[in-house]
Design a protein around this ligand. Structure first.
Ligand code: ADP
Length: 299
């Protein structure tokens, strides 16, 4: 029996890709796609040739986070063409193939397996320095497929995104053990939504009354401006999720994997993701962009 022709085709496509990085998470909603999107923007800003492949088949959020909603994939004689955000940042997602963004994708394992295989076999990326793969949460069919298809061509490693609380970290441990079982190097763990950090002047102040809420923002801001204006320039921080168990850093040292750093909850980062923008291109994400940059520079 000869070699599997699909694996041969994948190996040919991947021969022009220098580094492949998987972005994983134990749970959904922890910021995995946000991290994948911002990592891709950052690498492209460093003048690398970057591809971002979204295999989160049931919840593809990459098209929106890259500002590419409603785009259609084109085919040429070289294969499916990624959609380009910039000349050195191409994106491929199942989201581009759905007739309507509200459409639910209800596929069983073999069909998911099939589309991942097709993405790897048929997308013409050209020469890439980095292929960033945004995987779905957990360890399911898609993970087994991507590992099985890519392993022969080499995967540089996985970055795992989590929030600080135990409920999320328990699932990260499973993710780390999945990587160890299938022989994927864990590049490190990112603790996202690690406390809320926001300039005090962006907060709203409310009082709960019998009839509901009363907005006191104007009054509080007026008092501060008059009595202590310098306070308005401070960044207010609050632990939203419980990190008393030591958070991701402790888990990393217990499991012997690198801890890459913390990214705070930053409403401006959420806004950048909603608008499909890089958080590095202006100074709006002042509380999250520097932490993300430090993490990316460690890789
Ligand atoms: P996942 O891919 O893990 O399901 P997402 O990246 O889609 O999670 O993030 C879920 C939501 O949280 C998105 O609206 C995203 O913009 C927002 N988000 C993620 N990380 C942060 C952060 N550090 N600060 C503010 N909002 C964030």
């Amino acid at each position: 029996k000869g070699p599997d022709p699909d694996l041969v085709a994948i190996a040919e496509r991947m021969a022009t890709v220098k580094h492949k990085i998987l972005v994983l998470s134990g749970k959904g909603g922890v910021g995995k796609s946000t991290f994948s999107a911002q990592l891709s923007f950052a690498l492209a800003a460093m003048d690398f040739q970057v591809g971002l492949l979204d295999i989160d088949i049931c919840g593809p959020s990459i098209p929106k986070m890259l500002g590419l909603e409603g785009q259609d994939i084109h085919q040429s004689n070289l294969g499916w063409s990624p959609i380009y955000v910039e000349s050195n940042l191409g994106v491929m997602s199942i989201g581009f193939m759905l007739p309507h963004p509200d459409e639910a994708v209800i596929w069983r394992g073999p069909r998911k397996n099939g589309i991942i295989k097709q993405f790897l076999k048929d997308v013409y990326w050209g020469e890439l320095d980095f292929l960033v793969v945004d995987a779905p949460p957990g360890t399911s069919d898609e993970h087994i497929s991507i590992v099985q298809f890519l392993q022969a061509t080499g995967i540089d490693g996985a970055i795992i995104v989590t929030t600080p609380q135990q409920v999320s970290l328990i699932d990260v441990r499973k993710e780390v053990s999945f990587c160890k079982k299938v022989g994927i190097n864990v590049l490190g763990v990112v603790e996202n939504m690690s406390g809320l950090s926001q300039p005090l002047s962006d907060f709203q102040f409310k009082r709960m009354t019998k009839n509901g809420e009363e907005d006191l923002t104007e009054w509080v801001m007026g008092c501060l401006k008059e009595k202590a204006p310098e306070v308005l320039n401070l960044i207010a921080c609050s632990d939203v999720f419980d990190s008393s168990g030591g958070g991701a850093a402790k888990m990393c040292s217990e499991m012997g994997v690198p801890f890459l750093g913390k990214v705070p909850l930053d409403p401006q980062l959420c806004k950048a993701a909603e608008e499909g923008r890089s958080c590095f291109s202006d100074n709006k994400c002042g509380v999250s962009a520097p932490s993300l940059k430090r993490i990316i520079e460690k890789l």
